[in-house]
Ligand binder design. Structure first.
Ligand code: ADQ
Length: 466
């Protein structure tokens, strides 16, 4: 059996630390089955950077192989091009995107350096699977070094409409480089369709009947592989003593009132200010909820070195203050806003104590919180998901209440529907969602992607041989 080589910006952990998300678990499972390497950035800055030694930890079966970056690499590749250019453009925020030639060069340089270091670890029958927007040109870098192995790519974030992507300088070259992959997986059908349309309209690729793209002698499989969570595992976490403690503590604090929960990294794509305003609108338009319903927002900071992130943090603090100042009562605080992080178990317990999950990103590749919330519910008395139509998860979760996150009125009205939904309807909707989430879980996502990659790897070989 071929070894699997996973490439992602951050690697690990190999063991369940209580904090690892479903993605890490699915990848470690896939790596353990096939044996292989997880390759990426160490998280360290050093003077040698990508010229330093590859550090290896783990067993012979599954190895973590990591490289440092220099400060200049980190600034150009990670802070610069990945997070100040690609992230905003791919989330439809051209107003926040920075177009800097040096950052773009740094991004390409780091991809080349990572590829060169990975090449020295490769065997001829390894299967390579790269992840996310840090590695759009990675296969092209490897191909230029005559690596012939099957290489797949999964994009965790949205792929924007061609009209938006066209604003990115050198977008066509970037998409052309992406076609050096054998398989490109997207979160949703919409993302895959956007990619195909750009490739056809802007670089003259041909679309085959099955949606594959053909350019020159290469064929690239382009498909949606919606990512899942370890649903049964997460459901079990929700009944651990640690989870129960968090459920009980929250319920005690609520004293018969209901809670709406939001859980998101602080990021402008998550629609947090819009969400707080919609919650304010709920209290305004449906005053019977005053004193009875609160919003718990868990929002750990991320990418704090970027101005746009510091700004949104300030905005959230101000909004919390405004809404709480306006509506709070002696024994009731409308918004509880927390920036700390929780273990998976504690989080599962908090989901379980909440009647509604409010998941309203302005754009999101998938959004795993919506799925985790469903997995953590009690079958006999489950809660309701209010979900943005702009989350990839909306394609699969039609039994949620689907909303436009830009409309405070629409979100408030759907919150009201969720809060007053009869038990029978809550159960029916939840059961349909839970069954689907269990079926399309993280393991089946990894299997489906790797099956497509193994298949296509063989296909290209046959074509080359003939
Ligand atoms: P993210 O943008 O990080 O992921 P999301 O899918 O919501 O978005 O995943 C966040 C994860 O972090 C969830 O598992 C959540 O439980 C966890 N988390 C958040 N706050 C936490 C806290 N305070 N304590 C502990 N855990 C916390 C990117 C894309 C998404 C895509 C995923 C996976 O942006 O669209 O769904 O990758 O492909």
């Amino acid at each position: 059996m071929s070894r699997l080589v996973v490439v992602s910006n951050r690697v690990g952990p190999l063991k369940d630390t209580g904090r690892a998300g479903g993605l890490a678990v699915a990848l470690v499972d896939a790596l353990t089955q096939a044996g292989g390497i997880w390759f990426g950035w160490s998280g360290e800055i050093s003077e040698e950077g990508t010229f330093g030694n590859v550090r290896r930890v783990g067993s012979r079966k599954v190895l973590l192989a990591t490289l440092d970056m220099t400060q200049a690499d980190y600034d150009a590749f990670y802070v610069g091009y990945a997070n100040k250019t690609l992230w905003p453009v791919f989330h439809y925020r051209l107003d926040l995107a920075v177009f800097d030639r040096h950052a773009e060069e740094g991004y390409l340089r780091v991809n080349d350096r990572f590829a060169a270091r990975l090449r020295s670890l490769l065997r001829s029958d390894d299967v390579i699977w790269a992840h996310d927007y840090h590695f759009l040109p990675f296969a092209a870098s490897l191909r230029a070094m005559e690596v012939e192995n099957p290489i797949g790519f999964f994009l965790h974030i949205p792929f924007p409409a061609p009209e938006v992507l066209a604003a990115l300088p050198n977008a066509a070259q970037m998409v052309r480089r992406m076609l050096a992959y054998d398989v490109i997986g997207f979160q949703s059908r919409r993302d895959a369709a956007n990619f195909r349309r750009f490739a056809v309209e802007e670089i003259g690729a041909r679309e085959a009947d099955n949606g594959d793209l053909l350019l020159g002698s290469r064929r690239t499989v382009v498909r949606a592989f919606p990512i899942g969570i370890d649903a049964e595992g997460f459901a079990r976490q929700a009944t651990t003593p640690d989870a129960r403690r968090h459920t009980r503590r929250t319920e005690k604090l609520l004293a018969g009132r209901q809670q709406i929960i939001g859980v998101d990294r602080i990021d402008y794509s998550k629609g947090l200010p819009e969400r707080f305003r919609a919650f304010g609108r709920l209290l305004e338009d449906y005053p019977e909820n005053r004193g009875r319903i609160s919003l718990m927002q868990v929002a750990p900071p991320s990418r704090a070195e970027l101005d746009a992130y510091a700004e949104i943090r300030r905005e959230l603090e101000a909004l919390t203050g405004n809404i709480n100042g306006r509506f709070a009562d002696l024994d009731w605080t409308p918004i509880r806003y927390m920036t700390r992080s929780f273990t998976r178990r504690a989080l599962a317990g908090l989901y379980r104590a909440s009647r509604v999950a409010l998941v309203t990103p302005l754009r999101d590749g998938m959004n795993l919180v919506a799925k985790e919330y469903v997995a953590a519910q009690r079958a006999e008395d489950p809660g309701v998901v209010v979900l943005s139509r702009f989350a990839g998860a909306a394609e699969e979760m039609s039994e949620a209440l689907i909303v436009n996150p830009h409309s405070a009125e629409e979100v408030a009205a759907n919150l009201q529907t969720a809060l007053t939904m009869p038990l029978d309807e809550r159960r029916d909707r939840w059961q349909a969602l839970f069954d689907r989430i269990c079926e399309n879980d993280a393991a089946s996502w990894a299997q489906a992607f790797l099956a497509a990659l193994n298949n296509q790897g063989n296909g290209q070989e046959e074509k080359e041989a003939s």
